[in-house]
Design a protein around this ligand. Structure first.
Ligand code: ATP
Length: 600
């Protein structure tokens, strides 16, 4: 593609036509930046044209007033545009969704007024003119040279963003978009991830704006209006947001239309409307996701190892802990006088709980008794009002979620949170990226270090996949198509691939049939056998009776029973288990019921 673009001047030498090609390619560059933020990272930002404008104005003013040459003005424009874009979008660290969209859209509306505030610099309604002719190594570029520089810029952005998405950042971005809670629960710091998204997605529009300024030798706010915002947005969405080729596929018809009818024709707006309608009604996920399955090469990716690759490392890495009986008796988690109120609802009432290393602890209790709140308090999604929470002896009560995860706390969710468009291996790999040292520039170039990290991550994910006895057929599926029971196991894979000390599971067997539930129970035994401490909130009584070795009964925010399952169960627990509405008829039901009656 890049080669074809570079050869265009051989067939079309007119400076007017080349100028239009130049503009079209630069709009693609800006759209690639938008695709990074909106498509891959799910950040609803609409201010990319303002980044173009700020970069264009900065480069033009630096060229005119500081009389700097093309290259330093260009670099200054890109840096200023990137800083501006990062600051503008950083509101997304505090607010997301429509608020972020509105704030960034607001900047598009404000731009003309802002430009007119300083007419002596911005040229007011006349724009900036008089920039130096672009030169490179002392040679004037001319329209062909400028076109080739723009193609080189496009190639750089295209390859750098594709490389970035193929690195650990691609997993972080998509996790931020599709499963932010899960991302935090495996240790991904969402604030720094967002910040990085804002920086890297600002560079392409800043570069596009700066090159546009030099290609047209004129900068005016009218060029960066709401129409251009809609063009970029429609192009990204129509082609398939968050796909490699989507931006090209979506922008191309819109740009061709603009060439055909002319950039100022009202038919452009009609084209945008039709494009959005076609996208919404026919290609809901975009052109590329709709057409990709029709390609002959679609299917299993090359290089995925088969089941005989890599034996179980989980057991290996945890065997030491499992073999040390002294370590098994220590408290790995300790809650002391933990209180939590939601308004007037006193949910956790001075909770004290000690969880032995290597135990498989079940938490049961009526609906609304505070079980999920207990797990959320442990993993950091809920802040306790008071009390201490210790993990491996460290008080973590004030720690953010991702830091707790890094300390060895893993979890799954009642409703599995996976990245739907990725396969099970990539979803499991999300559990590893937070443990890797983040690199910020190397991913653009796919350095040997980045490739090695990718390969190691892939191998570790596959090892966990095989260890969990997940069927190989799953490798061909995206998470969206995986059945619920297996989704839960993939989620467990993501939680355990980084070898946490403690695994928290919230109603993991909800929606599973009996055989899936039995398999899940075996999996928990296996994890426990490998030295992991498992805390499972569960309603299914036969399940907890069969698999847990300790049971906690939580009633109205208080632990009323903490039982060792190898000893006779306290009457109160027996009574609860017998009459728990979720109790499925089982072999032990009769005796449980009898004993509960005896006890009462
Ligand atoms: N974020 C929240 N804001 C306000 N109230 C909340 C919040 N989370 C939980 N609660 C309330 O706290 C109480 C305990 O909820 P929790 O989900 O912990 O119970 P549970 O024992 O897990 O229930 P279930 O078995 O139905 O999942 C409920 O009354 C619930 O409405």
């Amino acid at each position: 593609m890049v080669l074809c673009l570079a050869l265009v001047p051989l067939v079309s030498t007119g400076s007017f036509t080349l100028g239009r090609y130049t503009t079209a390619i630069l709009l693609m560059v800006a759209a690639l930046g938008l695709n990074l933020a909106l498509g891959y990272a799910g950040q609803l930002v609409l201010g990319h044209v303002v980044i173009m404008a700020v970069a264009a104005y900065s480069a033009a003013m630096i060229s005119v007033f500081a009389e700097l040459a093309f290259v330093p003005s260009l670099l200054a424009g890109v840096v200023i545009g990137t800083i501006f874009g990062t600051l503008m979008m950083s509101v997304g660290i505090r607010v997301g969704g429509w608020y972020l969209a509105l704030v960034t859209l607001f900047s598009v509306l404000v731009l003309p007024h802002a430009a007119q505030l300083f007419p002596e610099w911005s040229g007011g309604e006349f724009g900036v003119t008089g920039m130096a002719s672009p030169t490179l190594f002392g040679y004037p570029l001319g329209s062909v040279g400028m076109y080739l520089v723009v193609v080189a810029g496009f190639a750089a952005v295209w390859f750098a963003s594709a490389n970035l998405i193929n690195s650990a950042w691609g997993l972080r971005f998509r996790a931020l978009r599709d499963a932010p809670r899960a991302a935090e629960s495996v240790g991904i710091d969402l604030v720094s991830t967002r910040l990085y998204v804002y920086i890297v997605s600002s560079v392409p529009p800043a570069l596009a704006g700066t090159l546009l300024a030099f290609s047209e030798r004129f900068v005016h706010y009218d060029s960066f209006n709401i129409g251009l915002t809609l063009l970029l947005l429609t192009g990204v969405v129509l082609g398939g947001a968050g796909t490699k080729w989507g931006t090209i596929a979506g922008m191309l018809p819109l740009l061709v239309l603009s060439f055909w009818v002319g950039p100022f024709s009202p038919y452009n707006a009609i084209g945008l409307g039709v494009g959005l309608l076609v996208g919404a009604l026919i290609f809901t996920n975009g052109l590329v996701p709709a057409l990709l399955p029709l390609m002959p090469s679609a299917g299993r990716k090359d290089g995925i190892p088969t089941t005989d690759a890599n034996p179980a490392p989980l057991a290996a890495s945890m065997a030491e802990a499992a073999a040390d009986p002294a370590a098994r008796d220590e408290a790995v988690v300790e809650l002391t006088k933990v209180e939590k109120r939601f308004g007037g609802n006193h949910v956790l009432k001075g909770l004290n709980l000690s969880v032995r290393r290597g135990s498989l602890l079940g938490v049961v209790g009526p609906n609304g008794s505070g079980k999920s709140t207990l797990l959320n308090t442990l993993s950091g999604f809920v802040k306790p009002d008071s009390g201490t929470i210790k993990l491996k002896g460290m008080d973590i009560a004030g720690w953010p979620i991702h830091r707790r995860a890094a300390m060895g706390l893993g979890r799954t969710f009642q409703v599995p949170q996976l990245i739907d468009e990725l396969g099970p291996l990539e979803n499991i790999a999300v559990g590893l990226v937070a443990r890797e040292r983040a690199t910020y520039l190397a991913p653009f170039f796919q350095t040997p270090g980045v490739r090695k990290a990718n390969a190691e991550r892939h191998q570790a994910s596959f090892a966990t996949f095989a260890e969990l006895r997940l069927p190989n057929d799953l490798l061909d599926l995206t998470a969206a198509k995986i059945p619920l029971g297996l989704k839960r196991i993939v989620e467990v894979g993501r939680a355990i691939v980084s070898r946490p000390d403690v695994l928290l599971l919230d109603e993991p067997t909800a929606g599973l049939d009996d055989s899936e539930r039995a398999e899940f129970g075996q999996l928990l035994r296996y994890l426990q056998g490998a030295g992991m401490t498992v805390v499972v909130v569960e309603h299914n009584v036969p399940f907890v009776l069969e698999y847990c070795d300790e049971l906690v009964l939580l009633e109205s925010g208080e632990i009323t029973v903490h039982a060792d399952m190898s000893k006779p169960l306290p009457a109160r627990l027996r009574s609860y288990l017998s009459y728990a509405p979720e109790h499925h008829p089982g072999a032990d039901q009769a005796s449980l019921t009898q004993e509960a009656q005896d006890a009462s």
